[in-house]
Design a protein. Structure first.
Length: 358
C-alpha cells in the first residue's frame, strides 16, 4: 500500500497522470463502514413500533434486536425489531390477534412495506375499500396523508414489515443507495399515487423473504441489510403501473357483511347451514358471499369451517377433558367415523392416536 502511494505521488509530481488523493470523506468504503457500524447498535427508540398501537410493551433487548409484546381483547402478538440503516427498520411479526392497531395516524415521509408469510392481513385505507394479503404477497404504501388499520381476519399472521423514514436517510446513506442504483424517490412517488400497491406472490419476492426466516442468528443483522438492499433495488425497477390492478377490492358493506357471516358460523359451530340459507339470512347474493368470504378468509365457507372445527378438536384433544365421541359432537360431527376420517386427513393420525401422543 505504501509503494502504491509513492508511485501515485511520483506520477502526479511528474505530470504523468491526473490522479488526486482520496480523502477520508471521499472514500466509499469508509462511508459504508461508518454506516454499518452505526447501524449495528440497537436503538432504544424504534420509530416503527409506534405503528403497532398503544398495547406494545418492550419484552426483551439483546445485542442485535429489540423484542416487544402486544396484547388486547382480540389476542396477543410479538414483534422483533432490527435497525438496518439510518431511517430504515425491519420488523418480524408474529400475530395471533384480530388487530393490533385500529387506526394508524398519518406519518409524513414514511414508506411501509409488508410481506405476508402466513395467514391473512387486511389492507384498509379510509372508508372506501378493503383488500387482503395472502401468503407470499407484498404490499407497499406511503403514510404521508393517509391513515389505515392493521387487521388480521383469521387472527393468524406471520410476516415482515419494513419502514423507511425518508427524512432520516443521511446524505452518506443516499450516496450508498445511489451507488447501488436504488432510487427511493421513485419508489415513494409510485407508492404515493394510490392507497397501496400489492405484488402477488412471485418467485423473486418470496426468495428474498424466505431466506430472512432461515438465516443463522449470529449473521442475521448483516444478512438483513443485504436482503433489504436487494429488495429496494427490485422495487426501484418494478413496473408499478402494470401491477396496479392486480388485486380485488371489497366495499365496506361487503366486508362487514362477510365478517358477520364468519362470526355467525363459528358461533354456531354445531349447526350446519347451506350457502343459500346464509345468503338469505344476511341479505347477500350467494355468489357475492362466496367470493367475499374466500377473498377475506382465504378459503371457501365449507373448507374454512371444516378446518376451524378440526382446530377446535385438536385443542380439545390436547386438553384431555372430553372423549373423542364428545369432541365430535362438540364441533358438529354427528358421525364419529366421519370425524375420525377428517381428523386423520388433517393431522395424519386418528383422534385417539393424537390424544395418546400429546
Amino acid at each position: 500500500m505504501k509503494e502504491e502511494t509513492k508511485v501515485r505521488k511520483a506520477a502526479e509530481e511528474s505530470g504523468q497522470c491526473n490522479m488526486r488523493t482520496v480523502t477520508t470523506e471521499d472514500n466509499p468504503y469508509k462511508v459504508a463502514g461508518d454506516i454499518l457500524f452505526a447501524s449495528s447498535e440497537v436503538e432504544s427508540d424504534f420509530r416503527s413500533v409506534d405503528l403497532y398501537g398503544s398495547s406494545v410493551r418492550r419484552k426483551k433487548e439483546d445485542a442485535i434486536c429489540s423484542r416487544f409484546h402486544l396484547e388486547n381483547e382480540s389476542g396477543t402478538g410479538d414483534i422483533a425489531v432490527y435497525q438496518t440503516f439510518p431511517g430504515m427498520e425491519l420488523v418480524y411479526n408474529d400475530m395471533h390477534m384480530e388487530y393490533c392497531n385500529k387506526m394508524q395516524s398519518p406519518r409524513p415521509g414514511f414508506i411501509e412495506i409488508n410481506y405476508c408469510r402466513e395467514g391473512r392481513c387486511e389492507c384498509a385505507f379510509g372508508e372506501r375499500s378493503y383488500c387482503y394479503m395472502a401468503a407470499g404477497n407484498l404490499s407497499i404504501c406511503t403514510l404521508h396523508k393517509k391513515s389505515h388499520t392493521s387487521t388480521f381476519p383469521t387472527s393468524h399472521y406471520h410476516g415482515i414489515t419494513i419502514t423507511i423514514e425518508l427524512e432520516e436517510i443521511t446524505d452518506e446513506m443516499r450516496r450508498i443507495l445511489k451507488l447501488l442504483s436504488i432510487n427511493l424517490t421513485r419508489i415513494s412517488k409510485f407508492a404515493g399515487k394510490q392507497d397501496f400497491y400489492m405484488v402477488r406472490a412471485n418467485e423473486t419476492v418470496q426468495h428474498i423473504f424466505s431466506e430472512l426466516y432461515t438465516v443463522q442468528e449470529h449473521i442475521k443483522p448483516s444478512y438483513i441489510r443485504i436482503k433489504l438492499l436487494e429488495l429496494l433495488l427490485i422495487l426501484t425497477e418494478m413496473d408499478f403501473d402494470r401491477i396496479k390492478n392486480d388485486y380485488v377490492y371489497f366495499s365496506k358493506s361487503q366486508r362487514n357483511c362477510t365478517r358477520q357471516i364468519h362470526d355467525f358460523i363459528i358461533g354456531h359451530i354445531k349447526e350446519h347451514y347451506t350457502i343459500e340459507e346464509l345468503a338469505e339470512r344476511f341479505e347477500i347474493s350467494p355468489t357475492a358471499m362466496k367470493r367475499c368470504f374466500k377473498g377475506m378468509y382465504g378459503a371457501p365457507v365449507y373448507a374454512y369451517l371444516r378446518t376451524y372445527r378440526l382446530q377446535i378438536a385438536e385443542k380439545l384433544l390436547r386438553e384431555g377433558n372430553l372423549s373423542v365421541g364428545e369432541i365430535a359432537t362438540e364441533i358438529g360431527y354427528t358421525n364419529p367415523n366421519k370425524f375420525t376420517s377428517a381428523f386423520r386427513g388433517e393431522y395424519g393420525m386418528t383422534p385417539t392416536e393424537y390424544k395418546k401422543n400429546v
